[in-house]
Design a binder for this molecule. Sequence first.
Ligand SMILES: Nc1ncnc2c1ncn2[C@@H]1O[C@H](COP(=O)(O)OP(=O)(O)OP(=O)(O)O)[C@@H](O)[C@H]1O
Ligand SMILES: N[C@@H](CCO)C(=O)O
Length: 317
Amino acid sequence: MSVFTPLQRDELEAFLAPYRLGRLRDFQGITAGSENSNFFVSLEQGEYVLTLIERGPTQDLPFFIELLERLHRAGLPVPYALHSEDGKALRELAGKPALLQPRLAGRHVIEPNPHHCAEVGRLLARLHLATREQILERASDRGLDWMQEQGPSLALNLPEDQLPLLRDGLAEIAELRPKLVALPRANLHADLFRDNVLFEGTHLTGVIDFYNACSGPMLYDLAIAVNDWCSHPNGEIDPERSEPLLAAYSALRRFTPAEAELWQPMLRVACVRFWLSRLIAAQHFEGTPDVQVKDPGEFHRLLVARQQPASVLPFAF
Ligand SMILES: Nc1ncnc2c1ncn2[C@@H]1O[C@H](COP(=O)(O)OP(=O)(O)OP(=O)(O)O)[C@@H](O)[C@H]1O
Ligand SMILES: N[C@@H](CCO)C(=O)O
């Protein structure tokens, strides 16, 4: 279970009182998640999720709050920070920045089918369309510069046979950087994995965990999503899932020729990003009880598979 900061009932009750949502019925730490501490909180007036922010610069929290507020107003199924009676959305609990959000319905889908993938494509297009005219600027703290900074030292601990792949991935990012940053931009979720989306049947009911959200090239969000939602266990892309995802997206926002040209490299950039962050997480938390560590090897496999042309962006229709 990934609860880095355990809570006592009385400190939680004191924290919740100013929301005026009734008495605390129950609360429990959430087992999923690997970055922040999350709790399901049952109050007399409903079900909520409490998040204690465990990493990242706290000066960025107003960005997340404003982005989610805007997406909520645009009708997207996202959590948003509730305000306490004195008007505060961002508060503090156990020495950590803390947010209380409505609990969204639905469950994570581990084995998505083409319908789930089409829903994810539509959701991403709606997110980009809702923000691209008036982008809330925030550079990712795990962006291209971060990859170039972290990559070489993380490479030192890699098995010999994995080194060239990472080195080539970083060289490609350095070479393509000017083209990548010139692609059409919007606000991005930047972490749209299966464990950040909720479904009831094939209906998408929630998108959570916006703590990697940033401004950047929209194509990057698609690459992240396709890598996670549409890959076979051997790392290869499954066109039965990637094509509906990309088609549903492009029905709402057409891809540009520049995006089509950079699609394969962008899939690789997204592999490098999560390969590196998982290597860091494994270094810090491997063997730590109750902390979920995701396999860095998964993104090694995906990056191997992405050396061959993997999927085509439907920019022509
Ligand atoms: N608003 C919400 N409504 C319903 N469930 C939620 C909500 N927020 C979080 N959860 C549940 O809590 C789990 C962990 O949340 P989250 O993914 O935000 O954790 P994290 O540690 O910040 O992220 P991650 O490891 O995915 O980067 C989710 O998988 C989901 O089951
Ligand atoms: N979604 C990420 C973890 C949070 O950034 C991963 O699967 O590595």
